[in-house]
Structure formats: C-alpha cells, structure tokens
Design a binder for this molecule. Structure first.
Ligand code: GUN
Length: 302
C-alpha cells in the first residue's frame, strides 16, 4: 500500500484563498484590513527568512504589514516599550516577536508583554489557558498545532474516538496539539497519549496510533514497524542533515529530513505528510488566519 500524501502546500493555497475572500469582504463592509507587525531583533539568517515569508504572505492577502527590525543590542526595556506601542495601536491586530531573542533579553517577559488579544502566536499564558479550557474560550490556537489539525480535518480523517499518539511534549507543538485533539469539538474528540524522551516503550504506544503526530526533532526516530497499517502520520520534524546544490537555483540548500523514515513509512501508512511540504507551509498560513480572527473579534463578528 502507498499512503496518500497530505500536501501542506496545497492546503495552504486553499486556506489563503478563504482568508483573502474574507479580507475583501471585511474591507468593503467595515473599511479596515487585518494589521500585523513582525518584530525582528538582530540578523539571525533563519529568522530573517521566516519573517520575509510572513511579510510576503501578509502583503499577498491585503493585510497592513509592518516589519519592525531592531538591532541585536536593543535593550529589554526598549523592546518592551515598542511592544506596548503596538499594543495601543488600533490598526494592529497581531503582534509577532520573532524567536529566538538575543540572550540579554528575557523571552518570557517579552511574550507576556504582548496584549493577549493581539498574541497571534498563541504563546501568552492567557492564550495557553484559553486553549486548555477549549470551546468558545479559545482565541489563538498556536500556529503549528492549528495547521496540523487543519491538515487532518481537510484530509477527511475521522478524529472522533481515534487513538492519537503525540511524540514530543514541547510548549509549541506537543502539549498544545495533544490538548486540542482531546477537546470536545469537531476535528477532535480523540483519545490522546503523549510520549516523550522518558517514555519506557515508545514503539508500543506508536503502534496503537490511528493518528501519529511526531514532533521530536530527531531524524528518523519513528521506525516503519511502529506504524499501524493505514494510520495517518503527521511528521512535524524539520531536521537539517546536510547540504546539497539546488538543481533549480544552483545554490547550496539544506537537506531536510523528518522525524519519520518517510520512504518506508509511506508503504505502511494510509496518509502521511512529506518533509518538506507537509506541516511546514501551514504555520505561516495559520498565523494569517489568527490575525484575521483577531480583527473579527475586535469587530464583534468572530
Ligand atoms: N521562531 C520560529 N518559529 C516561530 C514562531 O512560530 N513564532 C515566533 N514568534 N518565532 C518563531
């Protein structure tokens, strides 16, 4: 059997079209567009490339976009003051501070300063709490888990009563996706197990999974024999395992590998996400969706 590929690149286009149509409608009716500010501190190449893609996507959707680049040596006090300025700016509905931050800045303090109603990353403790409660309390589900859930639902996979096994317990992926899949809601209602580095028998848990979500950051951690035939495998891992010359551009590019041995797993699974092109494209898409949602909350139409 060969698994059906879950292509994030295609689902992204579908969702971006939906967002674009809503932005046009809101603009016509209310005379306002979603406003997103991305704050970048320093010149980390990976951060620059993420932020560039976020700006490009926001512009493509007709958002108001501000890119606020700050030097590596900005003081914590000045950065907090900058966030406060955007907290008070009525044309801004989403504030994103690109992580990681330089060592002299307390990341927790920075994230806690963002107005929870503009925290489109969903990292503020208020939004973590809202997610935990679920239902109408949820404001901004964190972007990667939200993207994973969209991929599962839009692939037509029934999550109700499904055995979901999450490999990894990070605050950004593992914990929130586990929480989301167990909620009493469409696209959820699953029986969830979270496994991690201290789990005694990883294989036996994975073998039970109807939906296996792997976010461990370890290349090829999940072996093909751990996959239940026909299961849905969501691979969140993006591991750089070397470099190659791109056939398209002639430039050096990273060789990426997921946390699952894709070539063998695809012969056993029913559905599988590729790396790259699976979960990756969904994160920025969901950031845009959260920014639109923030404006809709403000207008009382969410
Ligand atoms: N750095 C890498 N991924 C992310 C993300 O999703 N949000 C923020 N703020 N920083 C990041």
């Amino acid at each position: 059997m060969s698994a059906k590929l879950i292509k994030g690149t295609e689902v992204r286009e579908e969702i971006l079209e939906e967002i674009s149509a809503e932005v046009a409608q809101i603009k016509e009716k209310h005379g306002i567009v979603p406003g997103l500010v991305t704050i970048l501190v320093g010149e980390n190449p990976a951060s620059i490339s993420y932020v560039t893609l976020k700006i490009k996507t926001a512009n493509q959707l007709g958002f108001k976009e501000i890119q606020d680049s700050q030097s590596e040596d900005i003081s914590e006090e000045d950065l907090l003051a900058l966030i406060d300025k955007y907290n008070k700016d009525d044309s801004i509905h989403g504030i994103l501070v690109q992580l990681p931050l330089p060592k002299h800045i307390n990341e927790k303090k920075v994230l806690n300063t963002i107005d929870p109603d503009k925290d489109v990353d969903g990292f503020h403790p208020v939004n973590v709490g809202r997610l935990m409660i679920g239902g109408s309390e949820v404001r901004f589900p964190p972007c990667t888990p939200a993207g994973i859930q969209e991929l599962i639902v839009r692939s037509g996979i029934d999550t109700s009563g499904a055995e979901v096994v999450v490999v990894g317990r990070s605050n950004i992926v593992g914990k929130p996706i586990a929480n989301m899949m167990l909620q009493k809601a469409d696209g959820a209602n699953s029986t969830v197990t979270v496994v991690h580095t201290r789990t005694k028998d990883l294989a036996s848990h994975c073998k039970r999974a109807d939906i296996l979500i792997v976010a461990a950051g370890v290349p090829d951690l999940v072996k093909p024999e751990w996959i239940k035939p026909g299961a849905c495998v969501i691979d969140v891992g993006v591991n750089r395992v070397g470099e190659k010359i791109s056939e398209k551009t002639g430039k050096k590019i990273a060789i990426l590998k997921g946390d699952v041995d894709f070539d063998k797993a695809k012969e056993i699974a029913g559905f599988i996400t590729p790396v790259p092109g699976g979960v990756g494209p969904m994160t920025i898409t969901m950031l845009m969706k959260n920014t639109l949602k923030s404006l809709k909350f403000k207008l009382g139409i969410a």
